[in-house]
Design a protein around this ligand. Structure first.
Ligand code: PLP
Length: 497
């Protein structure tokens, strides 16, 4: 079989196995791991159309994770995509007003992070076994709300792992905080940190960089790892649902064999849309990849001008998971666009770190022409959520709203009638306050979250998902708080060092 090895985008590591890349997360040189070439699907799209989500997941993931045995990979897939999802389809495709919404929010925390974070713990513990790692793996994460909860839900009670999440106390929504503080699992720890998200992120990075602390951990039988979105163990499982979506359309004759589709993706760290590009590279017929941004439109400007410039005001929006000025996974596209030139990639990333910007060459832009950027303001987003709801009674969240806006504007401007799939990345229940205010059109935000959730159930007719129902009366299990400077001590204390 076609063996895939992984290389760092910055040249410091090469030829490493998938399982090692998953264990390491990020390369020691600060680069991201990339497959040394793109494999090709070895089943026809017709055959894949007859398989369920798990079947498609195996056919896609086996191509990239070539050092996992069939049994290992199938065990990981079966442990991830099971009753944790509230529908056997896992990622249903819903048609509304001329476009397909690929619902990626049927997992435990009702946002698309579940698609990858429900399998990552299994890929990681399998990788540990394969590589003779006997230490217990400690996942350390700083979160601005969604990732921490999804990572905990994935790692809770997975043998051989513990997970510690730091979140900015007072910097997350009420629902997000409750979701974290009620997290079950004897191996989960949540700490409210008294600074902001950047302080938490910086504190975590510092702990990762502390060699002496790593030695202390190793002596006690622990080793740190990360569930960050740059881990290829998160990227590869995301390729699956694009192949799944295409083959559903094919299987129900809504497209012809060989027909191209567009994917529109609400984008933050560039992981989700990059997975769609990977799907194209392994054989899915794709026309355009439409990258949708909110007011933090760094990526729109980049695709428009060839200059990536993070020197701008950071804007807090109603789509917080896309409030990002450094889209880490873009480095992977840059690497491909410069012909896998690690030296060139390293230079551009050093420029970004030093000056906050870089410009790519016309040849590189030519190689990225599958991508097209668009953006939507908060007002446009709210108007789109309301328009779609009034026209079809289909309710979308504020992230999906950005993508829906950008897609309809694209279609209007270009006349492109290509069948299009929009990544729907969160349940509207997760952002009830903004969504309800959008459909009422009154900007009111006074009511408490749970009152709005009840109101949403009444107007939408979609029942409140278990993820929300269970936090209402659940016991608060986590009570730790600490100052940013105390984070390392907190980790030591929680692990009993
Ligand atoms: C994380 C997230 C995004 C952004 O995805 P990226 O892979 O970071 O581009 C969009 N919507 C929601 C709801 C998210 O949680």
């Amino acid at each position: 079989m076609d063996q895939i090895k992984y290389n760092s985008t910055r040249g410091g590591e090469s030829g490493i196995s998938a399982s090692r890349a998953i264990l390491e997360g990020i390369s020691k040189d600060g680069g991201l791991f990339m497959p040394d070439h793109f494999p090709a699907l070895d089943k026809s799209l017709r055959e894949l159309a007859d398989m369920d989500y798990r079947g498609v997941a195996y056919e896609v993931m086996k191509l990239f994770l070539t050092d996992y045995t069939e049994e290992e990979l199938k065990n990981c897939i079966n442990s991830a995509y099971d009753e944790k999802f509230d529908t056997p389809e896992i990622a249903p495709l819903v048609y509304a007003d001329g476009v397909y919404y690929l619902e990626l929010f049927h997992g435990r925390t009702i946002a698309f992070k579940d698609m990858a974070l429900s399998i990552l713990p299994h890929l990681m513990t399998t990788a540990a076994k394969k590589n003779g790692v006997t230490n217990e793996i400690v996942i350390l994460t700083a979160t601005s709300g969604d990732t921490g909860k999804a990572a905990m839900a994935g790692f809770a009670d997975v043998p051989g792992t513990r997970i510690i999440v730091f979140y900015p106390k007072g910097g997350v929504s009420h629902v997000q905080e409750l979701q974290m503080l009620t997290q079950k699992g004897d191996n989960t720890y949540v700490v409210g940190e008294t600074g902001n998200f950047d302080d938490a992120q910086t504190g975590v990075k510092k702990i990762f960089g502390d060699r002496a602390f790593a030695d202390r951990l190793a002596k006690a039988g622990f080793q740190l790892s990360s569930a960050n979105s740059i881990n290829i163990g998160r990227l590869i499982p995301q390729v699956v649902y694009y192949v799944y979506a295409y083959t559903r359309l094919l299987g129900t004759h809504r497209i012809m064999p060989g027909e191209k589709v567009n994917f529109t993706v609400p984008t933050g760290n560039f992981g989700n849309i990059l997975a769609a590009y990977f799907a194209k590279r392994i054989g899915i017929p794709v026309n355009r990849l439409i990258c949708a941004s909110n007011d933090n439109k760094v990526l729109y400007d980049f695709f428009q001008t060839g200059t990536y410039d993070r020197n701008r005001e950071f804007i807090l929006t109603t789509s917080p998971s896309m409030d990002i000025l450094i889209s880490s996974n873009l480095e992977r596209l840059i690497y491909l666009a410069c012909g896998e030139d690690a030296e060139e990639t390293r230079k551009l990333m050093a420029e970004l770190a030093e000056t906050g910007k870089y410009t790519v060459t016309p040849e590189m832009r030519e190689r990225m022409k599958d991508f097209l950027g668009g953006y939507a303001t908060q007002e446009e987003n709210a108007a789109e959520i309301r328009r779609l709801f009034e026209a079809t009674h289909y309710l979308i969240d504020t992230h999906t709203g950005v993508a829906s806006c950008v897609y309809h504007a694209y279609r209007e401007n270009t006349g492109d009638k290509t069948v299009t799939v929009i990544s729907s990345t969160a349940s509207p229940y997760k952002f009830a306050s903004s969504v309800m205010s959008a459909i009422r059109g009154d900007g009111e935000k006074k009511k408490d979250d749970f009152a709005l959730i009840d109101e949403m159930e009444r107007v939408s007719g979609v029942s409140i998902p278990p993820a929300i129902r269970e936090i209402r009366n659940a016991e608060i299990r986590h009570h730790h708080t600490c100052a940013p400077a105390e984070m390392e001590n907190m980790v030591a204390e929680l692990l009993g060092l």
